[in-house]
Design a protein. Structure first.
Length: 181
């Protein structure tokens, strides 16, 4: 059944999936923003633990700055408004499949499941012995991200697979003119 709208010829916001280019642009913007979050958390961690050598306490810093801090960031925004700053900019919102706001538990589940963007490529690079080569590691990560993003075209509603697993969806919050037959 088509969504009802206040204006004829305009689809209601939040009823369609944003295009892959917009979602990837949002993903890239999210990465730029997360650089600052990770940098700040790493700085705070190193000051609080009196870390004077990069090799001492690095596992704790990696866990704190690269896993816990982004997790708190995403879970907070997804459960509060359904949008991070990049998602607001690109007019994309995260909802449950029935259009509701995410609970913190579901947002946490989505955050954990979203690691599928990175973990297969990182595992492949490690097994191939590329963990010491920044260029090969970056190439493996970029390839893995692109392949995962393209796999969303196989989903009936063009959603990412971790969203399908978690019962969530990304929706376009802009009013889009309907296409004429």
């Amino acid at each position: 059944m088509p969504a009802l709208s206040a204006q004829p010829g305009i689809e209601a916001p939040g009823t369609n999936t944003p295009g892959l280019r917009r979602r990837l642009a949002c993903f890239l913007y999210e990465g730029v923003l997360l650089f600052g979050v990770v940098f700040f958390c790493a700085l705070v961690y190193s000051v609080l633990t009196d870390q004077r050598n990069a090799m001492v306490g690095r596992h704790g810093m990696l866990l704190t700055a690269f896993v816990l801090a982004p997790g708190i960031y995403f879970v907070w925004y997804w459960s509060q408004t359904g949008q991070t700053l990049p998602m607001q900019t690109w007019q994309i919102q995260l909802q449950t499949t029935d259009g509701q706001r995410l609970t913190r538990g579901r947002a946490l589940l989505r955050y954990v499941a979203a690691w599928v963007w990175f973990l297969p490529a990182l595992a492949f690079a490690w097994l191939a012995g590329w963990h010491d080569s920044g260029t090969r590691l970056a190439a493996a990560l970029c390839t893995g991200i692109v392949l995962y993003a393209l796999s969303s075209r196989l989903h009936p509603r063009r959603q990412f697979w971790h969203d399908a697993l978690c019962g969530t969806r990304l929706v376009d919050t802009r009013a889009i003119p309907k296409r004429r037959a």
